[in-house]
Structure formats: structure tokens, C-alpha cells
Design a protein around this ligand. Structure first.
Ligand code: WT7
Length: 715
């Protein structure tokens, strides 16, 4: 690529007023122009002007096959593909006839090319002090805090060993391996080990509870779980193994055959073997294996299995508008092609230029899959993994990490930025953040106030910010600024990524004029697109392809379930989900999932869950709950109170996980419904937001009936 050719450009701020909330993004008029390369600390940009971007984008959409053929050439293939795309809407096959391996592309090829001794992963554990006990076989090991560096060669030997461990447990090409681990390097190793032998991984976020684990294991037909005894989080130990034990009990009771649990010792709790022999045996011992027991029984040589382009690389469960999470399926070649391209261009990744990329997302989310693991390793830029919480032991841990490791790229979520703002400007100011060159955000719309704070207090006004819009289903970025080419407007994810034919349309598929809100769609297939919802064809078709069509050809468009508008510069402003899915602290949560958890409580008759705006989390959860009459007779004279609220909130935490814990619980004698029996969610949302007033604190049947009637007349 050409070195940065442009004239020196200085940062320009068009207007000074800081809008204070997300909704005011409509009026946002500030523009931040692409940085002068020296000022931002990059020697060159992959794409360095708006004209270059526009030209490339236009060509990539006009002739996607030519564009993606060139991108696929950046991967290493065992067998070249014969043609780029087979498109039978809504089914796409990319790079047909080709074979390759994801682990090979992330690890082995770098070793082959002589980069074996370069750092691939830098990891920092949460605890500080000497009391930790990471029983790893990795080489470099420091005491304070625990830091570990893994080279590509070590990664090759570790992934091979774990691949052989999995083989010794009977895992074969095409199987689905469930991974439920803390943010330790072995998590990345486990994923890559699966890829190495052609097993798909299904990573479950460590914050999920046992029921959520069991549900996903059953849906995935998974027979093996890789976990750890625990993980450190905010000074506590997350009892991962205990959650797995409870999940296994559930699986057993459902008749699901789980063959093996492979467990890494991270927190050195009591080994289960000791507990299980004393009565409450949850695993039979032939099913349970310590990682460190199995590791020495196999070699560290294992070839990378040639996989068809369209073989499944992983499943990742995401929330939808039913109570049951969807297993989003991604395939090998398309995922890799899309993710290597977006990582390279959105973050201007350049190997051997001293870059160190830190994405603070957990690998349990797609952000971690694409931009902690695959996107970075493929581009041979080292990736930093941090195990724990931002406030452990104090609120400046993130800034300390950036300073300690000289992080150049930092990628996090708006909800985290809003929390940092609340914690105060003096915390980042205490640390040397001058290594930073680029900042990113992901997961939800960022309010301009948080954007400006991030720019000033973390980026020192010199780092471009890329606000990346995408989804679990899209594999990688869909709209994002390219830092050397596209000027940014706080709150906008700017323009579509190369190869992405985005549009804002109405229900009949017609593109809307500037500044009209509509549906965000993608009109042409792209390699990273999901290939299915696991074992649920109907959901795949109806969720994503059933709503909007090309008005001319009748071909379906991919619908993201997000509302958006495009401004007169063609910039996209994502307005958020228009289905019954809410974003809480950047995490998707189906309202139905929380409702199902609530009604599984023996005292709950009915529940409805809605989101309402929250200063830090973006959205908070409000649950409207009707208790069974039995509860009232059993608790004579008692009204549902805070104690009951606590009980229900803990129940949801136990069933789904802490991320689903309702912020507000309101008791109602009945829920407002339409004549056909559908809960009037819009009304409940208004009530939760305080738009619709209910006369008493405890919502009553009468109140709802009155409001519901009024509403029914309106509609
Ligand atoms: C939903 C997808 C993106 C990977 C992590 C989350 C919202 C995501 C942005 C952004 C506005 C955003 C959308 C989308 N979203 N990024 N930059 N600006 N909204 O993946 O859990 O599948 O969530 O996150 O609503 O549909 P996910």
C-alpha cells in the first residue's frame, strides 16, 4: 500500500456544543476530519482519502466477486476455490470448492513464514500479587500482575496439543464443542484447537448461568464442554465449574448425552474429584478430565484439517425475539475473508509496526471472536487479552494496562465509556496513554457526549475513533469509518464497509431519502453473513430474509432488525432495534428470555419485560409481574414488596445470568393486552419510561385497563 500521501490536515471541530443524550444525535453537527498520519501516529493508511474509499466501495458493490476474490487471496488455501459465489437467496456459498483451515491462517502460516518467535497474544490476569496459580505450561510468567506472552510458535504447539486432547476424547471433524471459560489464553487456544481439527466451537459467555448453558449445549447437540474451575472477576471467583456441574445435571435429566468435560485449573478451587467422592457426585469420573492431566498424554504435533470453505467454523448463540437463543452459524472461508479485511481496514492494522491491539470485549461475544482472536491473528498484529473487570482492584485498571503494555489500539463499548466518564477524568489522566493511536467503539449507538469524552480524555484528541456497527450475524463490521479516509461525526457509524451494499428502506424495500428513518438492510450477500440458525431454517428465513424485498426483482434483502437513517452526506445513524430485543450494557437480551425466566418462578403467573433508557447501560430492564393468587393467600395481608422483587431478580440471575437481572420490577394485577391477547408492550414501554403515568406506585389492574382502553381506541 502507498504511504500516506495527503497534505497535513489538522483536526477541525465544527461546533462546540456537546449534546447530552443519545437522542440528540439527530442534531449532531460536529465533524472530525481524518487525521494527519504523523499526528495520529500511523506511518501510512491502507485507505487514505474519501475519494479512494468511494471508488473502492463503488467497485466492491458493483462487482462483489472481483472484490472478494482479491480479499480471499490474502488467505492461505489448501485447495483454491473454483468460483466466488453461489447465491440462491437466502443461501450463499462463498469461495466454492476451496479448502483451508482457520487455525492455519491464524497461526501456522506465520510460523512457516518465519514469524514463529513473534508475539501473538499478550495476556494479563486480573489478580495482583503472588497468590495466583495459573497452572499453565506457557513459558513467560511474571508475578505482579500475572502476565503471559504467547508466540505464534507456542500457539502452534498449544493448539496442536489441545487438538490432540480433543481427539483423544473422541472429538471429530463436524462436531460442536462447547467452550465456557474465563478470559484466559487457553480460551483462544481451545477455539483454535477446535478449528485445527475441524470441530465447530460454541463459546458461551462466562456470565451465563447453568440453565443457559444446558439450553445451548442441547441445541448445539454438543457432547463435550471445555471449561475452567473458575475465573477471576472483580476480586471474586466466577464458579464456572460449579455452573457446568449444574448444567450437566440438567443435561442428564433431559437425557442429553454429554460425553466429556475438560477442565482447566485456573483458580485452584477444590478439585471436583474430592467433592464427588463424598456423596454429591455430579460427574462420573470417566467424563471429567483436568486439562493438565490430559495435556502430557498427547503430543504437540497435529496437522490442520483441510476444511471446505463452507464448513462450519463456529456457532454463537445470540438473543432473539423468542425465549430461545439462536445458534448463529458461521462458515470457514467467508468468515475469515470478511474478518481479516474489516480488521485490517477499520483499524489500519500493519504487522511489524509496533502495534498492539486491545479489544476489551469478552470472547463469549462475537466482538471477541472477530477482534480479539481471528481478525488480529490473521493480520499478524499482537492481541492483548485481559481477564478481569475494569475496576479491579481500582477504577483505573484499564488505563494502567494501556500504559503498561503500550497499547496502540483500544476497542471497547459505549456503556464502558459512560462508566469511565462517571469515574472521573483524573483516572485516565494519571496514566501515560500516549501509546494510543486509534480508538474504537462497538455494540450500541454511542452518545456524542461519551464520544467527545473518549476523544479528549483517552485519545488525547489525536486518535481517530471508529464507531463500528455490526452484529453477531454479520461476522464483522458493516458500517465503520476507515480512519485515514472517512471524517467522523460523533454518534454516527459513518459509511458502509467495502463490499457491503447497505441501505435504509421502507417496508416495501424502497430506499428512503436523506434523514428519513427506516429499516437498515443489506441488499447483496457478503462472505461473513450468517449461513443459518442452527437446526432452525424457519427462523433463519423469517428473521432475516422475510421482511424486506428488492421491489424490482423480489429478491430478499438481509434485514438487521435495526432502525436507521442516512444523513445528507450518506452517513448512517443507527437508531436501535425494532424487535423485542434490547441492548443492555451492549449485550443483546431477548425480552422473552427474561420473561421465561420470571414465569419459571413458582409464584409468578405472568410477566412482561421491556427496556427503558439508562444513563450508563444504554437500556435498563423493567419487568411487569403478575403474581399467582396462591402467593396472596399464602402471604395473607402482604403486598408484593422489595423482598419479593429481590427474590425474583435473583431468580432471573440464577436462570439466565446477572446480565438479565431486571433493574425495576413492577407488580400488576394483570397485564394490558389487546383483544387478541397480545401484551401491549409499547404501552408498557411508555409506562417504564415514565411517559405514561400510572396513578399509584403499585400498578393495578384498573390503571392498566384504563390506559389500555385509551390506547386501544387510539390504534
Ligand atoms: C446489535 C448487534 C457488533 C458486535 C457486538 C454486538 C447494535 C452494534 C453498533 C453501533 C449502533 C450498534 C445494533 C445491532 N449495535 N454496534 N456501532 N452503533 N448500534 O453484536 O450482540 O449481535 O448486537 O448491536 O442494534 O443490531 P450483537
Amino acid at each position: 500500500m502507498a504511504p500516506f500521501p495527503g497534505p497535513r490536515r489538522t483536526l477541525r471541530i465544527m461546533a462546540q456544543e456537546a449534546p447530552t443524550d443519545i437522542h440528540s444525535s439527530l442534531n449532531e453537527t460536529r465533524i472530525f476530519h481524518p487525521q494527519d498520519a504523523k499526528c495520529a501516529g500511523f506511518d501510512r493508511w491502507h485507505i487514505s482519502s474519501l475519494t479512494e474509499y468511494k471508488d473502492l466501495h463503488e467497485r466492491s458493490v458493483a462487482d462483489p466477486e472481483a472484490f472478494w476474490r482479491a480479499e480471499a487471496a490474502r488467505l492461505d488455501w489448501f485447495t483454491p476455490f473454483t468460483h466466488v459465489l453461489e447465491w440462491t437467496p437466502p443461501d450463499a456459498k462463498w469461495f466454492v470448492g476451496g479448502s483451508l483451515n482457520a487455525c492455519y491462517n491464524c497461526v501456522d502460516r506465520h510460523v512457516q513464514a518465519g514469524h514463529g518467535d513473534e508475539t501473538a497474544i499478550i495476556w494479563e490476569g486480573e489478580p495482583k500479587g503472588a497468590h495466583t496459580s495459573h497452572s499453565s505450561s506457557f513459558s513467560h510468567y511474571a508475578a505482579e500482575p500475572e502476565i503471559l506472552e504467547l508466540t505464534y510458535r507456542e500457539l502452534q504447539s498449544q493448539t496442536s496439543r489441545v487438538a490432540n486432547m480433543l481427539k483423544s476424547l473422541g472429538v471429530k471433524k463436524g462436531d460442536v464443542v462447547t467452550i465456557y471459560m474465563p478470559m484466559v489464553p487457553e480460551l483462544a487456544v481451545a477455539m483454535l484447537a477446535c478449528a485445527r481439527i475441524g470441530a465447530a466451537h460454541s463459546v458461551i459467555f462466562g456470565g451465563f448461568a447453568h440453565t443457559a448453558i444446558a439450553e445451548r449445549v442441547i441445541d448445539a447437540h454438543s457432547r463435550v464442554i471445555i471449561t475452567a474451575d473458575g475465573g477471576y472477576r472483580r476480586g471474586d471467583i466466577v464458579p464456572l465449574l460449579k455452573n457446568v456441574e449444574e448444567a450437566v445435571e440438567l443435561l442428564d435429566s433431559h437425557g442429553h448425552i454429554l460425553n466429556h468435560v475438560l477442565c482447566l485449573k485456573r483458580t485452584a478451587q477444590q478439585p471436583p474429584s474430592q467433592r464427588f467422592h463424598t456423596g454429591e457426585r455430579r460427574f462420573n469420573n470417566t467424563r471429567f478430565h483436568w486439562w493438565h492431566d490430559l495435556a502430557p498424554t498427547v503430543t504437540d504435533a497435529c496437522p490442520c484439517e483441510p476444511m471446505d470453505s463452507e464448513d462450519m467454523l463456529f456457532l454463537l448463540y445470540t438473543s432473539g425475539s423468542t425465549g430461545k437463543p439462536k445458534g448463529i452459524q458461521h462458515t470457514t472461508a467467508g468468515y475469515l475473508a470478511h474478518v481479516q479485511m474489516t480488521a485490517r481496514l477499520a483499524f489500519n492494522l500493519i504487522p511489524d509496526s509496533g502495534q498492539l491491539f486491545w479489544c476489551s470485549a469478552d470472547i463469549g461475544w462475537v466482538t471477541g471472536h472477530s477482534y480479539v482472536v481471528y481478525g488480529l491473528l490473521m493480520n499478524r498484529v499482537p492481541t492483548l487479552m485481559y481477564e478481569g473487570a475494569p475496576n479491579a482492584p481500582s477504577n483505573d485498571r484499564f488505563w494502567e494496562i494501556i500504559a503498561r503494555h503500550k497499547v496502540t489500539h483500544f476497542y471497547t463499548a459505549p456503556t464502558a465509556i459512560r462508566t469511565f466518564m462517571k469515574w472521573g477524568n483524573e483516572l485516565p489522566a494519571k496514566h501515560d496513554l500516549s501509546s494510543l493511536k486509534l480508538l474504537g467503539t462497538v455494540g450500541e449507538p454511542i452518545n456524542p457526549e461519551a464520544w467527545i469524552w473518549y476523544h479528549e480524555h483517552i485519545g488525547g484528541k489525536r486518535c481517530p475513533i471508529v464507531d463500528t456497527y455490526w452484529q453477531t450475524e454479520t461476522a464483522g463490521h458493516i458500517c465503520t469509518p476507515l480512519p485515514g479516509a472517512i471524517a467522523t461525526k460523533p454518534g454516527s457509524c459513518t459509511l458502509p464497509m467495502l463490499g457491503i451494499d447497505a441501505a435504509v428502506v421502507n417496508e416495501s424495500g424502497h430506499e428512503l431519502p436523506a434523514n428519513k428513518g427506516g429499516l437498515f438492510v443489506i441488499r447483496k450477500p457478503w462472505p461473513g453473513m450468517l449461513r443459518g440458525v442452527y437446526h432452525n431454517r424457519e427462523r433463519f428465513v423469517s428473521n432475516y430474509w422475510g421482511r424486506v424485498k428488492d421491489p424490482a426483482t423480489g429478491q430478499p434483502y438481509y434485514f438487521s432488525a435495526d432502525g436507521a437513517r442516512r444523513d445528507s452526506d450518506g452517513y448512517y445513524w443507527i437508531q436501535g432495534r425494532i424487535d423485542d430485543v434490547i441492548k443492555v450494557s451492549g449485550h443483546l437480551l431477548g425480552t422473552m428470555e427474561v420473561e421465561s425466566a420470571l414465569v419459571s418462578h413458582p409464584s409468578v403467573a405472568e410477566a412482561a419485560v421491556v427496556g427503558y433508557p439508562h444513563e450508563i447501560k444504554g437500556n435498563a430492564i423493567c419487568a411487569f409481574v403478575t403474581l399467582k393468587s396462591r402467593w396472596f393467600s399464602e402471604h395473607a395481608g402482604r403486598q408484593p414488596d422489595d423482598e419479593m422483587r429481590k427474590e425474583l431478580a435473583s431468580h432471573v440471575t440464577k436462570e439466565v445470568g446477572a446480565l438479565a437481572r431486571p433493574d425495576t420490577i413492577r407488580f400488576a394485577e394483570a397485564l394490558p393486552k389487546t383483544r387478541s391477547g397480545k401484551i401491549m408492550r409499547r404501552l408498557l414501554r411508555d409506562v417504564a419510561c415514565g411517559v405514561e403515568k400510572i396513578t399509584q406506585d403499585t400498578t393495578t389492574l384498573e390503571d392498566f385497563t384504563v390506559v389500555a382502553k385509551l390506547r386501544a381506541d387510539e390504534e
